[in-house]
Write a protein of this length. Structure first.
Lengths: 185, 179
């Protein structure tokens, strides 16, 4: 029965949470109230922290974590796939519609307006991750992390040079992990 | 069958190696899908991102479904979606089983702080190359600047901006083609 409710709640979140993984957050908060035994607010915060720092889309990570927490491995599988199913169907419908109307001048004009807007959105996401990394708030006092900022500038500069541009992004991520441990970030 | 496996494998690699959620995955998508496999162009990639923003679900998952469906229909969409989802599921289950205090382990915390910095630099340098392609007029540079400022400083939901600029584009760029 728990598995059924997990499937139901996550299908709902998957259908209505528009705007990326973190958009499922309000649904998770609602779940903790409608199903009091599942998880507490503290546990949820912990799960969000882990989901944000482990690889993969955050919404999927949170679904797997909550599902596992509530009903073990089967719960993780049920929650994750129930979350994905609605968007899988919706996206296929959108592709079919898009293909039919791509030649339409309004549709292609709309896409032309969207591209720079999405570039701005990605810049905003990068900026908020950067802000969280270089400004650390402890006990209400915010501190600028010079070391982190200098490392960021070094990475960014290196990436503008030809030999580094050929490197796979995974190598930069691995280098970041090593430098983080070395410099005690 | 071979391409289905390739779809699954490419997206599983992206799912395993990207930290920081949907937007942070874009540099990896561009490297694997655009540069290496040539399954989509830069412009298509951005279109998928924009549409993923406006369709329900995680952005990276929706983008995977878009590309998979384009290549091999419903089966391709399933292979790509499974690929991007499975690593997350397995990694989280392992962490939930063995490391309930995962983030409290000191060196893991430091490693993640370093990873976040590398991810920032990857995102920003992707933005630089996207701006070169998509902000070639003052108006488009303005659109990018406005959507950046509204989200970064005013905390507006990205959905409103994608809808607003899609409408603007349909009216402005759509009308221009009539002439």
């Amino acid at each position: 029965m728990t598995l059924f409710w997990l499937a139901f709640e996550y299908f709902k979140a998957g259908l209505f949470a528009v705007g990326g993984g973190l958009a499922t957050l309000p649904f998770l908060m609602e779940m903790s109230q409608t199903h009091p035994g599942w998880f507490s607010m503290d546990e949820l915060m912990n799960m969000i922290a882990v989901s944000e720092s482990t690889p993969g889309p955050i919404g999927i990570n949170m679904a797997s974590y909550v599902g596992y927490h509530v009903a073990g491995f089967a719960g993780a599988v049920v929650a994750t796939f129930s979350l994905v199913l609605p968007s899988y169907i919706v996206v296929m419908i959108v592709v079919r519609i898009l293909d039919r109307f791509r030649a339409n001048r309004r549709v292609s004009g709309g896409l032309e307006g969207l591209r720079p807007a999405v570039t701005g959105l990605i810049a905003a996401a990068g900026f908020s991750v950067l802000w969280a990394s270089v400004v650390r708030v402890t006990d209400g006092v915010s501190q600028f992390q010079w070391l982190a900022f200098v490392l960021f500038l070094c990475f960014l500069t290196a990436m503008q040079f030809k030999p580094f541009q050929k490197l796979h992004p995974i190598l930069f991520i691995a280098a970041g992990a090593v430098l983080g441990v070395v410099f005690n970030l | 069958m071979k391409e289905l496996l390739q779809l699954f494998w490419s997206f599983a690699l992206i799912g395993t190696m990207t930290f920081g959620g949907g937007y942070a995955m874009l540099p990896m998508f561009i490297r694997e899908i655009v540069d290496k496999r040539k399954w989509a162009t830069y412009d298509e990639m951005l279109d998928y991102y924009a549409l993923s923003q406006c369709t329900p679900g995680a952005i990276a998952v929706n983008t995977a479904t878009f590309i998979g469906y384009r290549r091999r229909g419903a089966a391709g969409a399933a292979a790509a979606t499974l690929g991007v989802v499975l690593p997350s599921l397995l990694i989280i289950v392992v962490i939930a089983m063995f490391l309930s205090n995962f983030m409290d382990i000191a060196w893991i915390g430091h490693a993640f702080a370093g990873i976040r910095i590398a991810v920032c630099a990857l995102i920003i340098s992707t933005v630089v190359s996207l701006l070169r392609r998509n902000a070639d007029t003052w108006l488009k540079a303005g659109i990018a600047a406005v959507s950046f400022a509204c989200v970064a400083f005013a905390g507006l939901s990205p959905i409103y901006l994608t809808v607003a600029f899609a409408l603007f584009g349909a009216l402005y760029y759509g009308r221009r083609r009539e002439a």
